[in-house]
Design a protein around this ligand. Structure first.
Ligand code: OMP
Length: 214
């Protein structure tokens, strides 16, 4: 685990963005933890979050032309990431986001910001079963653009329809790279090495056993 990944987990725990307990997921699974990116709910927290995405992009050496934040949750994430890439890494990259419903007046259209062209890097919160990310890939179908990669805060490393993780399936099906700031394995490693939230380790390990990829 990199230092920025450990700092990210501590930051998420500090602001209760990462919580342990019992949560029902979009997929219907009952999870012993939940990551709620919306709880980075002040300017300073959002700026810091954008900084972690920027670190993951730079660390991964990701090549792209435009950042895309899918509505709704991806919008502030992509905005904060673009700001931090400019501020902290001297990279002034174009960014855009989509509307949920196309606008038929004014400037019109489905996208706001720069025109989505070339290699798009999607900034999103979490991938569990991969439903949300498949919707984004369908969204750019027919444009002069393709999704080159995705960056998420947490890769939950859960099985999709088969033995691969949902992210591995997306990578296989669309030939794209998915990068995460941290994965479920990093979170477990953090719990093990820090001794924090030790009471949740058994349920967390059992969940990985049941739904995780090998
Ligand atoms: P999939 O579409 O199944 O990949 O689920 C991704 C979405 O689930 C995210 O965009 C979130 O809205 C939500 N989610 C979280 O935000 N945090 C979690 O820890 C787990 C989920 C989830 O429901 O799986």
């Amino acid at each position: 685990m990199h230092d920025y990944q450990r700092r990210f987990i501590e930051f998420a725990l500090e602001h209760e963005v990462l919580r342990f307990g019992e949560f029902t997921l979009k997929s219907g699974r009952t999870s012993p933890y939940f990551f709620n990116a919306g709880a980075f709910d002040t300017g300073a927290r959002l700026a810091a979050l954008g900084g972690f995405y920027a670190d993951a992009i730079v660390d991964g050496g990701l090549a792209f032309d435009v950042l895309l934040g899918p509505a709704y949750k991806g919008i502030p994430l992509a905005a904060a990431t673009a700001v931090r890439l400019a501020d902290a890494h001297d990279r002034d990259v174009p960014w855009c986001f989509n509307r949920k419903e196309a606008k038929d007046h004014g400037e019109g259209g489905l996208f706001v910001g720069t025109e989505p062209k070339g290699r798009l890097l999607v900034i999103d919160d979490v991938i569990t079963a991969g439903t949300a990310i498949r919707e984004v890939i369908a969204l750019v179908d027919g444009l002069d653009a393709s999704v080159a990669g995705v960056v998420v805060a947490v890769d939950r490393r859960e099985r999709g329809t088969g033995e691969l993780s949902a992210i591995q399936e997306v990578e296989r099906d669309f030939g794209i790279t998915v990068t995460s700031i941290v994965s479920f394995d990093d979170i477990i490693e953090y719990l093990e090495e820090s001794g924090r939230f030790a009471e949740h380790l058994p349920s967390v390990r059992a969940y990985r056993e049941r739904y995780g990829v090998a």
